[in-house]
Design a protein around this ligand. Sequence first.
Ligand SMILES: [Mg+2]
Length: 204
Amino acid sequence: MHLVCDFDDTLTNTTKYWNFWLDKLEKVGVSRERAIETGSRLFIERFTLKRHMDALSIQDQTAVQLLNEMEEHVKEFGKTYIFPDVHPFLLEHNTNHSFSLLTYGDETNQRWRVSESGIGPYFQPVRIAGPEKHKVEFLKEILQTTAEQIIFVDDSPNELNPVVDAGLPIKLYRIVRPGAKHDYVHERDDVAWTRIGSIDEIKI
Ligand SMILES: [Mg+2]
């Protein structure tokens, strides 16, 4: 069995990381509302802290300092953002099954965050989707290169829906982390995919 995993809000607590960033922006005078509104637009493109600051007109010394602080923070605490159910699951299944990552965003930024999270070695390869190539396209390619059964887990119905609509022979899970962006009921929960609350509910 090969398990393809989303990263943000599936394996790592992106909501907590995002709130940490919003706190930092608030301290330099950016309202939460404006930061969220500006950031949300960037998520569809390829979000980075730098692009977010550019969009908010945070420049020069303040921008350099904020970026340094965030880099230090991720370096020191990146591992602690991984949800507690992830490591036990990987340790239990890693000898009989394989895992890879399929995340959305800026290539450099995502690879850096995955690397600092400490879980990178379990997931090979790490694939980065974006506006010009969505996750469903990567999954089609994966299916063509293996005879293994593929499982895909993501928190966002926006990523799962195209896989269902394409009729791909992939077992789908939607993980819902309390307080996360996609923490809501969806009509396809337990219809087109299995809704779970923690990664160890995946039947592998
Ligand atoms: Mg996600």
